[in-house]
Design a binder for this molecule. Sequence first.
Ligand code: LRH
Ligand code: MN
Ligand code: MN
Length: 386
Amino acid sequence: MTELAAVKAALKTQAVETPSWAYGNSGTRFKVFAQQGVPRDPREKLDDAAKVHEFTGVAPTVALHIPWDTVDDYAALARHAEDRGLRLGTINSNTFQDDDYRLGSVCHPDAAVRRKAVDHLLECVDIMDATGSKALKLWFADGTNYPGQDDVRARQDRLAEALAEVYGRLGADQRMLLEYKLFEPAFYATDVPDWGTAYAHCLKLGPKARVVVDTGHHAPGTNIEFIVATLLREGKLGGFDFNSRFYADDDLMAGAADPFQLFRIMYEVVRGGGFTADVAFMLDQCHNVESKIPAIIRSVMNVQEATAKALLVDRSALADAQRAGDVLGANAVLMDAFDTDVRPLLREVREEMGLDADPMAAYARSGWAEKIVAERVGGEQAGWGA
Ligand code: LRH
Ligand code: MN
Ligand code: MN
């Protein structure tokens, strides 16, 4: 296989998971802008996700968020997905939208609240059994706003205890992805603020627990690709929640704010052997002011473009330059790949996959946007910005 053929083959195997909540209405704490034609229930979110997969060819799974996507029959929901060429992906838990969680969920000082939170997480594993989902994604809004508000060490003990109980419930082929976030909604001390804390818990739990990197969850200037390289080296990178940030947890389209950062991350993924089914490439975004389905298509394409550039890095030339201590030469090898216009390559890849070369235009022509506006009245809110 030529090198270019190998790059194309790799791009065809790419799988980007889209989040159910990105299809619904969302907003900030100031305003949720209702858009016409948004899904009214989880089935319709899957119908929209099927369009993203139909036109990109690389978005075969959809992440659910419980209880935003609560249904009576999860196996039937999985069949609804299958009928549309999709599978249900990661199950995201939600222990942050209940009055009981004011002081936290699994780290709460009151054992009864912790029990309620753990029961929810166990219920999420039951849902995974029904849907065939392989990963439980945990993000905890737990933390404190004021020094002295609670004992930060005791909170870590409570977290470890809860995680261990849920870990013990996982099936043989199921795993747990622990997401960290620097701040928000807690502002003084978040209980899982960084990759190190997440890693320490995952290491203790065992091989089924891994860290998930949400690109929007770091302090400005954080070298995320270093974190990715480190987690891959340790066999503990579970996946990504891709999105873009300018200031905080903005949840904008992946690759929109800083395509160079996305490239650097994808380069470390490729370099570290992480471009496999073992690492979940998920989007975690909200589209508050732009049209949702095209924004998700665009995001998937941005991830593809970053991946293509990462795959095009001339690694032997890079290694030679690095070995020779050729600082500028090594940097130039990386920049050459980043500066390559990979759009013609991706158009070819799509045509070889039997797809339209231009997913955005193909979607616009498909009439789906007009159809859902005409047919869906009273679309639902994703859960954010309520
Ligand atoms: C938290 C988060 C987490 C949630 C999602 C909706 O900020 O990134 O992944 O589950 O947003
Ligand atoms: Mn996330
Ligand atoms: Mn987030």
